[in-house]
Design a protein around this ligand. Structure first.
Ligand code: SF4
Ligand code: SF4
Length: 300
């Protein structure tokens, strides 16, 4: 293992985070951290100066104090943005993550502007996984998420913040080479990193292919690490994707994956309608707005 992502919840909540992080860095790991940026201390900054993380991904939930309060029930906007600037000034490698929801959608431009002003890339998503890890088997249910129409509309708006019309069109244009062969009635196995070159360990020691899987996983406390890893690999190899997705020419540009299929329907072989509609709507919106006069071979 070379690359490690420390995430949460919020990892800086742990009183012993600095010690854990330092020991892991001394082992030679390249460590990224996901944080909401509100709990950065002088002690942590000192540790990061001495042992810089590969990247710190900071979730920014709004572009103003008001939005922050509305969405997070917490007046942390000033603290978070000050901490982002502080880490930037210290030379840390940063990325801003933004989950766009009906509560902060009005701030999309402000959030990207903050990223541009501070020369920090922003990664935004409008797709919200149904939280089946915590709400049992309520597949396809995510309270307060966008309709797929709005999720597509606002994702296009996010992409317009950093892509040119030509780049937007190129992102959706299919060429003959892009067209994938349909594999027939059964789907293909998972082909992301989860359970093949990557694993996830929960706070209580259960190993899963990735953090979005709702199942129990295999405890690295009650079995050897190698054993848990082998079980995760075997489990991953047994999971099939929907046949429609396996043969779909949009597959490389669509967020459908095994974990998303399970979260949307409870079954990895069932096409996630919400994501499918969202992908198609994005293409339609971009084509409607930018498509005229731009041919695919002019965008390469
Ligand atoms: S969800 Fe729809 S658009 Fe996405 S890969 Fe599957 S069939 Fe294609
Ligand atoms: S969320 Fe989906 S694409 Fe990402 S690692 Fe998990 S299964 Fe793979």
């Amino acid at each position: 293992m070379l690359f490690l992502l420390l995430t949460g919840g919020e990892p800086f909540l742990r009183a012993d985070f600095a010690r854990i992080y330092t020991e892991l860095r001394k082992m030679g790991l390249m460590i990224s951290i996901n944080t909401n940026g509100s709990l950065l201390t002088d002690e942590l900054m000192e540790v990061f100066r001495q042992y810089p993380p590969t990247r710190v991904n900071v979730s920014l939930y709004g572009g103003s104090a008001q939005t922050y309060r509305d969405l997070c029930r917490n007046a942390a906007y000033e603290t978070v943005t000050a901490n982002i600037r502080r880490m930037k000034e210290a030379g840390l490698s940063l990325k801003i993550n933004c989950s766009v929801t009906p509560y902060n959608v009005q701030d999309i431009e402000k959030i990207f502007d903050f990223g541009k002003e501070n020369e920090i890339p922003v990664q935004a998503t409008t797709y919200m996984y149904p939280p089946v890890r915590i709400n049992g088997e309520k597949y396809g249910t995510a309270p307060d998420r966008f309709s797929w129409e709005d999720a597509a509309k606002y994702l296009v708006l996010c992409r317009e913040q950093y892509l040119t019309p030509e780049q937007l069109m190129y992102g959706i244009t299919q060429t003959e080479e892009d067209t994938l062969d349909c594999t027939g009635e059964t789907g293909m196995p998972m082909n992301c990193r989860a359970g093949r070159t990557a694993f996830w360990v929960t706070w209580d020691g259960r190993m899963l292919p990735c953090g979005m899987f709702p199942n129990e996983g295999y405890s690295v406390r009650s079995m050897k690490f190698e054993e848990a890893w082998q079980k995760v690999r075997d489990y991953t190899a047994s999971i099939m994707m929907p046949a429609e997705c396996s043969g779909c020419s949009k597959r490389e540009k669509c967020a459908a994956c095994a974990a998303a299929c399970i979260a949307e329907s409870g079954d990895s072989t069932i096409k996630p309608e919400y994501i499918c509609n969202m992908t198609q709507r994005q293409e339609d919106l971009i084509k409607q707005k930018y498509g005229r006069g731009i041919r695919s071979d002019e965008n390469k």
